[in-house]
Design a protein around this ligand. Structure first.
Ligand code: IPM
Ligand code: MG
Length: 356
């Protein structure tokens, strides 16, 4: 399997380095036959090529079997024109590769219950999967822009649009995922206000009879945000559009103690994917060895499972992460009384050791 590493900006390179080390260790133990290449994305690509997603990077991504991404963006590129910002590179690669299905698991490792902002009894045993539509909705809808009205005032506008087929294909991914888990699917919308989500709800309802073993429910997004922090264990799989999924997955991340723990997979219709930690580039701690590499490492595990069909190696990595937490090692974001503070590479090394 050919893996393309796009480490990007900020803490991206630090955490990707640890994820690659863990992949090497997994390859050594299981004989996976992995090969690697690297390319630039985000600010790192802007500095060299002047654009956040160079053609050469896109070609490399198309040739690879899977992409492992770090993070993009940082204050250094904030002054750049909007269409050339680092984040555009990420959005462009998602669109160009057709990565419409974004899987964001939020799992609470029992060792981290004390690190969650919520009471341990509210979050213990938490295991949610957020399925976010990633290539449609208001993120990509046209028309969009900032224009000057006849009266001289400027106005900004975007379009939230979903076709039936776009809703159906993300719905199928979510139903299939629910089928393999707790068999409960909650579709999140704003059907009391937005027509685009009235259609969303209709299409989800129409899919339900094909999955009689899965219980489908609907929830408005404002209520879902509240329920996530009130009683998060009521959720099994959540399916929602691009913008709501962006917001709810950050909220769900914090339930698990730290966004530094959360991996994600973005898949196309054939299961080819891009894997990235949910946390961003965290420029404030970049280059200091403070970043938590576990989200990147767990993203590498998802890569083996979803794009490589290497479930055994993926599970071994996840178990190794559990063992490192058992041993009391913590980066700053998950550090609590009685545990041992570790830097980024110590954490990665420990996962490799636990794996072999
Ligand atoms: C995410 C991020 C991105 C998004 C940004 C960096 C464009 O927040 O992956 O959740 O909004 O999708
Ligand atoms: Mg986000």
């Amino acid at each position: 399997m050919k893996i393309l590493a796009l480490s990007g900006d900020g803490i991206g390179p630090e955490v990707t380095r640890e994820a690659l080390r863990v992949l090497h260790a997994a390859d050594k133990r299981f004989g996976l036959g992995l090969s690697y290449s690297e390319a630039l994305i985000g600010g790192a690509a802007i500095d060299v090529h002047g654009v956040p997603l160079p053609e050469s990077t896109l070609t490399a991504a198309r040739e690879a079997d899977a992409v492992l991404l770090g993070a993009v963006g940082g204050p250094r590129w904030d002054g750049i024109e909007r269409s050339l910002r680092p984040e555009r590179g990420l959005l462009a690669i998602r669109a160009a590769l057709g990565l419409f299905a974004n899987l964001r698991p939020a799992i609470l490792y029992p060792q981290l219950a004390a690190a969650s902002a919520l009471k341990p009894e509210v979050v213990s045993g938490l295991d949610i999967l957020i399925v976010r539509e990633l290539t449609g909705g208001i993120y990509f809808g046209e028309p969009r822009g900032i224009r000057v009205r006849a009266d001289g005032e400027r106005e900004g506008f975007n379009t939230d649009v979903y076709s039936e087929s776009e809703i159906r294909r993300i719905g199928r991914v979510a139903f299939e995922a629910a089928r393999k888990r707790g068999k409960r699917l909650c579709s999140v919308d704003k059907a009391n206000v937005l027509e685009v989500t009235v259609l969303w709800r209709e299409v989800m309802d129409a899919l339900a009879p094909s999955y009689p073993d899965v219980e489908l429910s609907h929830m408005y997004v404002d209520n879902a945000a509240m329920q996530l922090v009130r009683a998060p264990r009521q959720f099994d799989v959540v399916v929602t559009g691009n913008l709501f999924g962006d917001i709810l997955s950050d909220a769900a991340a914090m339930l698990t103690g730290s966004i530094g723990m959360l991996p994600s997979a973005s898949l196309d219709e054939k299961g080819k994917g891009l894997y990235e930690p949910v946390h961003g580039s965290a420029p404030d701690i970049a280059g200091q060895g403070k970043a938590n590499p576990l989200a990147a490492i767990l993203s590498a595990a998802m890569l083996l499972r979803y794009s490589g069909g290497m479930g055994e190696a993926a599970t071994a990595i996840e178990q190794a992460v559990g063992r490192v937490l058992d041993a009391g090692l913590r980066t700053g974001d998950i550090h609590t009384a009685g545990t041992r503070l570790a830097d980024t590479s110590t954490m990665g090394e420990a996962v490799c050791a636990a794996l072999t």
